[in-house]
Design a binder for this molecule. Structure first.
Ligand code: BG6
Length: 521
C-alpha cells in the first residue's frame, strides 16, 4: 500500500483531498489562466449544491490560479456580503485547514438585477473591470448559466449588449457554460442555439452533461480502447443485446414543478443515456481529443434508427411511481409530491428499445430503462453476449447458466464485472454462472474527482472534449422525438409502479417479448 493510501485511510476526507493534491495521481495537475467566473443564478440550488462546492475543492487542491474571482449574479437583492454568506453555507462542510478558500472568497462579488435590463449587465461589466484591476485577472471570463433555462438566451443577449461576449484582447478567452436541458425538443433546442450563436461562437460554448464528467463514464473509453481483448467481440457477431440502466431510488425531491415540465425522457434519456450509449457503441476514434471523440459520438447517434410513431409505441413503456417504501421508509407517490399536479401524466420511468443501423450493430437491440423511486440506485451498461452455439451438457446440468455478461457499473460501487459459466465442484459436470469483479475503489483508493470539478476545470482550461457539441444535442433530440410525440398523444398509456419496486411489469413484458430479460438491479 502506498504511503498516500495508508495515511488517507487514517485521516479525514479533507486531509485526503490535500494529499491528493500532492499525490502522483495528480502529477498532471493543470491550472487555468487567471480568470473571473461569473455564475448567473448564483443564489440558486445548482450553484449551492454543485458549482460552489466543486470550485471550493479545486481551490483547496491548488488547482485554481491565484488570480481568480467569482462574481455571482442573480435577482435576489443581496450584496457582496450576502453572497459570501451563501458561498460559506454551500461550502461549510469542506475542510479548509489552511484557509485557502477563505482567502479566495473574501474577494467574491455580487451583482443583483433583472437579466432583462441592460443596466444589470452594465453593472456586471463595471464589477468585472474592477476585479480585473484589483486581482490581475486580465480580462478572461467564464460565464456559467445556472439559471432556469428560459433565461439562457436572455443572459447571452445581455452579455452581448455590453460587449462582454467577446474577448477584449487577442490573448483573452470568454466562454459560456450551459447546463442541460438544452431546449425541450428539437425545435426549441435549435432555437436556443440560434440565440446563443448570435452572441457566442460554437467554440466558446461548453454544454455540460455531468455524466461525461464521471470517471467511470470515461472509463468506458479506457476499457474499450486501452485493451485489445474486447474490441474483437464488441459487435453484432458476439453481442446479443445491450442494456443501459439509469435507476434512481430518489424521487423528484424538491424539483416537482420542474420535473412536471421534463419527465424521465427529457431529464435522463435524451442526454445522460445517449451519452453513455454513444461512448459504449461508437467506433474507435483515431485520437483521444475533442474532435475525434465527439465526431464518433455524433456518427453513432446518427446511426440510431429513428422509428415512426406508430412503431415506436410498441417499443416503449412510460410509467409513474405510486406510493411505496424505500429502505423501510414510506414514501409518497409522484402525484402527491410538492409542485406536482394530482392528475399528472408525467412519466418518471421510461423503457425503450433502440437499434443502431450500422455495420457493427445492425439487428442488435439496445434496451434502455430509467426511473425514479426504484428499489436501488444503479447506473450501468451491460453487454449481454450470445449463448454458445451448442452446449455439450445435459439441460438439467446447465439450468443455472445464463448468457455471459460484461457489466460496466457507472455508479455506485463503480467497477466492471464479467459473468460467465463455471463448473460447480463435484462429480457431475454441472455448470452455473459466476462473476469476476473489478472494483474501481479498490484499485484506485485515492480520492476521485467529482464530475463537476472535472468539468469546471476543463471549461476553465478550454478543453471541450467532455462537453456536448450542438450536433450531438440535435441528434439526441431527433432520436427521442417520436417517443415524445407518442407521449403527447397519450400513448402508450401511463403505467404505474410502486415506489421501491424494480419498475412496471410492462417493462418486463417489453424485453420478454424477445425472450430476453433485464439484468437484476
Ligand atoms: C440530473 C437529473 O441531470 O441527473 C436528475 O436532472 C437526476 O433528475 C440526476 O436525479 C442524476 O444524476 P446522478 O449523478 O445522481 O446519477
Amino acid at each position: 500500500m502506498s504511503e498516500m493510501t495508508e495515511s488517507s485511510e487514517a485521516k479525514s476526507a479533507d486531509l485526503s483531498l490535500k494529499e491528493y493534491a500532492l499525490s502522483p495521481l495528480n502529477s498532471d495537475k493543470r491550472k487555468p489562466q487567471p480568470l473571473a467566473l461569473v455564475i448567473f443564478g448564483a443564489t440558486g440550488d445548482l450553484a449551492s449544491r454543485k458549482i460552489l462546492p466543486a470550485i471550493c475543492r479545486l481551490a483547496i487542491r491548488g488547482e485554481l490560479p491565484d488570480e481568480f474571482v467569482i462574481v455571482g449574479a442573480a435577482s435576489s437583492e443581496i450584496d457582496d456580503e450576502g453572497f459570501k454568506k451563501i458561498v460559506n453555507e454551500a461550502t461549510k462542510d469542506i475542510e479548509d485547514p489552511e484557509g485557502v478558500w477563505e482567502n479566495y472568497s473574501k474577494r467574491f462579488r455580487y451583482v443583483s438585477g433583472d437579466y432583462l435590463s441592460k443596466e444589470t449587465f452594465v453593472q456586471l461589466n463595471q464589477v468585472l473591470s474592477e476585479v480585473d484591476d484589483q486581482y490581475n485577472i486580465g480580462g478572461n471570463r467564464v460565464y456559467y448559466l445556472a439559471t432556469i433555462p428560459k433565461l439562457f438566451s436572455v443572459v447571452a443577449d445581455g452579455l452581448k449588449s455590453v460587449a462582454c461576449n467577446k474577448p477584449k484582447r487577442k490573448d483573452n478567452f470568454v466562454r459560456l457554460v450551459v447546463e442541460k436541458p438544452f431546449g425541450v425538443n428539437l425545435e426549441s433546442s435549435k432555437a436556443l442555439d440560434v440565440d446563443l450563436h448570435t452572441a457566442f461562437e460554437e467554440n466558446q460554448i461548453f454544454r455540460i452533461d455531468h455524466y461525461m464528467g464521471k470517471e467511470t463514464v470515461q472509463n468506458v473509453l479506457a476499457l474499450r480502447f486501452a485493451n485489445a481483448i474486447f474490441e474483437p467481440i464488441w459487435n453484432r457477431r458476439y453481442v446479443d443485446h445491450v442494456q443501459v440502466t439509469v435507476a434512481e431510488s430518489l424521487g423528484v425531491e424538491h424539483r416537482g414543478a420542474f420535473y412536471e415540465t421534463a419527465g424521465a425522457l427529457r431529464d435522463i434519456v435524451q442526454n445522460h443515456v445517449m451519452q453513455v450509449l454513444s461512448l459504449t457503441l461508437m467506433e474507435p476514434p483515431s485520437s483521444m481529443d475533442a474532435g475525434g471523440i465527439r465526431d464518433e459520438k455524433v456518427k453513432l447517434l446518427k446511426a440510431v434508427e429513428i422509428a415512426d410513431i406508430d412503431e415506436q409505441v410498441n417499443n416503449v413503456v412510460r410509467a409513474q411511481y405510486g406510493p411505496g417504501e424505500i429502505e423501510g421508509e414510506k414514501v409518497v407517490g409522484y402525484r402527491q409530491e410538492d409542485g406536482v399536479s394530482p392528475t399528472s401524466e408525467t412519466e418518471t420511468y421510461v423503457a425503450t428499445r433502440l437499434y443502431v443501423d450500422n455495420w457493427r450493430w445492425a439487428g442488435v437491440p439496445m434496451y434502455v430503462r430509467t426511473g425514479k423511486r426504484l428499489a436501488k440506485r444503479i447506473t450501468e451498461v451491460s453487454m449481454v453476449f450470445q449463448r454458445p452455439p451448442h452446449l455439450p451438457f445435459a439441460g438439467r446440468l446447465s439450468r443455472d447458466l445464463r448468457p455471459d455478461v460484461l457489466s460496466l457499473r457507472i455508479q455506485p460501487d463503480e467497477g466492471i464485472s464479467l459473468s460467465f459459466g463455471a463448473k460447480i465442484p463435484g462429480p457431475a459436470f454441472k455448470v452455473k454462472s459466476v462473476s469476476m469483479d473489478f472494483s474501481y475503489k479498490e484499485a484506485f483508493p485515492e480520492v476521485t474527482v467529482d464530475a463537476y470539478e472535472r468539468l469546471l476545470l476543463d471549461a476553465m482550461m478550454g478543453d471541450p472534449m467532455l462537453f456536448i457539441r450542438t450536433d450531438e444535442v440535435e441528434q439526441a433530440w431527433k432520436i427521442v422525438a417520436p417517443i415524445q410525440e407518442s407521449f403527447l398523444q397519450g400513448e402508450p398509456p401511463l403505467a404505474r409502479y410502486p415506489s421501491g419496486s424494480f419498475g412496471p411489469i410492462e417493462a418486463e413484458r417489453l424485453i420478454q417479448a424477445s425472450g430476453r430479460q433485464w439484468q437484476n438491479l
